[in-house]
Design a protein around this ligand. Structure first.
Ligand SMILES: Nc1ncnc2c1ncn2[C@@H]1O[C@H](COP(=O)(O)OP(=O)(O)O)[C@@H](O)[C@H]1O
Ligand SMILES: [Mg+2]
Length: 261
């Protein structure tokens, strides 16, 4: 299928057009005809229950898997054709990402920075370790780190090259409140510095606190989009949880709240 080159080239802009990813000969529609523009400097929350298609969307946008149909671009760079440029301008905290447990936090960040060909890494790494409160543990092996500490190292790695666009897939999953707070502070800090951030989460409070706009995704489809206020107005509900249940056609008693955990 020929894609029309009608995309605008602008830093931090993510344009998704009719993006689909099917598995099992089309029986599983992980992402189904998703069209969405995320603006420069916006923090956008992709909200949906487990299996909604959030991780698949993020993996598609990062070129880790190929779409069945459709296209997307970041800064005008096509996710399929301009993979190197896309990697250079975007940072990813993926779902269950690999970490080199036999390296120290410092070594891991040094390794990741080298992959991006960064110079003067020492200052940048120390700045990040300091921000994440990991300076005292920087020479310890990651294998001895708690989940929260590992997540912080992975976050530091995701932004080591100071990317314009940042993808965070369930960034607070498995974190205690204190570590989750650090992650949220980081997101706010990055947002203040004009970064475009796409966060996926099945947890309402996370997106509600951090995001300028929210897209509710269900069975691979975007079923509502807007600010929290707009979504509540559209669905005539008081809370985002009620809105989701109303929009997806379930009843409140059907226990449609997998994101509570
Ligand atoms: N590699 C794959 N093969 C088959 N099905 C997949 C694959 N990856 C994801 N899926 C399916 O696609 C749907 C969306 O998955 P995912 O994007 O991981 O959802 P979420 O991140 O919102 O929990 C699920 O039904 C999942 O089982
Ligand atoms: Mg996921």
């Amino acid at each position: 299928m020929q894609t029309k080159q009608t995309f605008i080239k602008r830093n931090g802009l993510i344009q998704i057009k009719e993006l689909s990813k099917f598995y099992s000969n089309g029986q599983i529609r992980a992402v189904d005809d998703l069209s969405l523009t995320i603006n420069q400097g916006e923090t956008f929350g992709l909200l949906g229950p487990n299996g909604a298609g959030k991780t698949t969307t993020i993996r598609l946008l990062n070129g880790l898997i190929k779409p069945t149909h459709g296209s997307a671009n970041i800064n005008g760079y096509d996710i399929l054709k301009d993979t190197q440029q896309v990697k250079r301008i975007s940072g990813l905290l993926g779902e269950s990402p690999g970490v080199h447990a036999k390296l120290s936090a410092y070594e891991f960040l040094e390794f990741m920075g080298a992959l991006y060909g960064l110079k003067n890494l020492k200052t940048r790494i120390n700045e990040l370790l300091n921000f994440f409160d990991l300076s005292e543990r920087k020479n310890d092996l990651i294998e001895g780190f708690s989940t929260g500490m590992r997540q912080k190292v992975l976050l530091a790695a995701a932004i080591i090259h100071d990317p314009e666009v940042i993808f965070l897939d369930e960034p607070t999953a498995g974190l205690d409140p204190r570590a989750a707070r650090t992650v949220k502070e980081l997101v706010k800090d990055l947002s203040k510095r004009g970064k475009t951030i796409l966060i996926s989460s099945h947890r309402l409070p996370v997106v509600e606190e951090l995001c300028d706009r929210i897209g509710i995704i269900h069975q691979g489809q975007l079923i509502a989009i807007g600010t929290v206020t707009e979504i509540l107005a559209q669905s005539q509900t008081q809370t985002l949880e009620e809105a989701f249940i109303t929009i997806t056609g379930g009843s409140p008693s059907s226990n449609l709240s997998p994101w509570r955990n």
